[in-house]
Design a protein around this ligand. Structure first.
Ligand code: THU
Length: 141
């Protein structure tokens, strides 16, 4: 995967934090998921007064894609920050995917699926799914 597409994913993930619905945690997360067909599916976290009904940004992106018939993926970029920081595109810490989102990745992605966590378009880390979820359970890939 080239650097240009990595940066595009990070930029789209940052844009998605502006659509985050997070009145309870105040933590805005954005994700941009690259499908093998070249389409980028975006997502934000969507919270709920019944906290357990909250959906993470990563799963929003995956479920948008799968609900449109797409199940082959290359990479995802994730950013997250408190609302005021996110509004200024300041992401002072890497936002790693939660365990539930890693399991959703396991369902649809190969071991070498790329997970990018970013503070900016210049400052980011890349992992494979098997690094972040070793010995993962199940999955169709
Ligand atoms: N969140 C995500 O969107 N992705 C993750 O991987 C971790 C957590 C959201 C859920 C909730 O809206 C907020 O961050 C605080 O937990």
């Amino acid at each position: 995967m080239n650097e240009q597409i990595e940066k595009e994913l990070i930029q789209k993930a940052m844009e998605m934090t502006k659509l985050s619905y997070a009145p309870y945690s105040g933590y805005h997360v954005g994700a941009a998921l690259l499908a093998t067909n070249g389409v980028i599916y975006t997502g934000c976290n969507i919270e709920n007064a019944s906290y357990g009904a909250t959906n993470c940004a990563e799963r929003t992106a995956f479920f948008k894609a799968v609900s449109e018939g797409v199940k082959d993926f290359e990479a995802i970029a994730i950013v997250g920050a408190p609302a005021d920081e996110a509004a200024e595109n300041t992401f002072s810490e890497y936002a790693y995917p939660c365990g539930i989102c890693r399991q959703v990745m396991q369902e649809f992605c190969k071991k070498d699926f790329r997970i990018i966590v970013a503070k900016s378009m210049e400052d980011y880390q890349k992992y494979t799914l098997s690094e972040l979820l070793p010995f993962g359970f199940g999955g169709i890939q």
